[in-house]
Design a protein around this ligand. Structure first.
Ligand code: PGA
Length: 259
């Protein structure tokens, strides 16, 4: 029960139509059957329109992969054109939700208030919310990363009860590392990981789950996972079964050996 497990989430972003998505989840299923990951919880976050197809394959082929939504409305139902509700996703087998990914914050005007409302909405219904935080390149160059992250955490988590807090995971994703091929260094990951865990504990989270995201690849995963994160939020490298599972394996090996 108290065993710590790795967490790897593949964020497919706006890639793969439903036929391509089915193909990828089938490939993941075949490869995982050969080499299951016993210490790591794997999920994928397909585009909304792929969820039904991906969930059917997962169910039919009993693939040990969970489903995560890339975004969700903070409202239950009604006049919200273009939005998708938590109940609709849950009905398809989605159990976790990315909240406040930097691409939503930056390009779709997702404010701190909306991030907070969404996070509270998801955790109130006992689903896992993966709150994405991270600083811009400017903030990093000015040494303000901890300040920015603390503000994002405080703003989103304030007012949550104990039960809600147990459903929150944090993905630290510095904006300058997302999709750039330049991941944070081992030292940068180690430092911010410690900082976030301490911040979460001060906010009442008893057992923080902290992921790193931003240009994670099969080449840097083994090194980065040893710096302290529970796992990774993977974008680009999650679009190919082999590279995604190589990252999963790096996490799984680390958990098998040392945790
Ligand atoms: P990346 O994306 O792995 O392609 O950098 C990570 C993310 O945005 O979740």
């Amino acid at each position: 029960m108290s065993e710590r497990r790795g967490v790897v989430i593949g964020n497919w972003k706006m890639n793969l139509d439903y036929v391509e998505a089915v193909h990828l989840i089938q490939q993941l299923g075949v490869l995982l059957r050969h080499e299951p990951s016993s210490h790591t919880d794997i999920s994928v976050a397909p585009p909304f329109v792929d969820l039904r197809s991906v969930s059917s394959v997962i169910e039919a082929e009993r693939i040990d992969v969970g489903m995560c939504a890339q975004h969700v409305s903070a409202f239950d139902a009604g006049a919200h054109t273009g939005e998708v509700s938590l109940r609709m996703c849950a009905r398809l087998g989605v159990t976790s939700f990315l909240v406040g990914h930097s691409e939503r914050r930056t390009h779709y005007a997702m404010t701190d208030d909306v991030v907070k409302a969404t996070l509270h909405h998801v955790t109130r219904q006992s689903h896992v919310a993966v709150l994405c935080v991270g600083e811009t390149l400017d903030a990093r160059e000015e040494g303000r990363q901890e300040h920015v992250v603390m503000d994002q955490l405080t703003s989103a988590l304030t007012g949550m009860d104990r039960d809600q807090l147990t459903h929150v995971q944090i993905a630290y994703e510095p904006l300058w590392a997302i999709g750039t091929g330049r991941s944070a260094t081992a030292e940068e990951v180690r430092e911010i990981d410690v900082f976030i865990r301490e911040a979460l504990m001060s906010l009442g989270v008893e057992r923080p789950v902290v992921l790193y995201g931003g240009s994670v690849t099969p080449d840097n995963a083994a090194d980065l996972i040893r710096q302290g994160p529970d796992g990774f939020l993977v974008g680009g490298a999650s679009l190919k079964a082999e590279s995604f599972l190589a990252i999963v394996r790096a996490v799984d090996d680390c958990y098998a050996e040392t945790r």
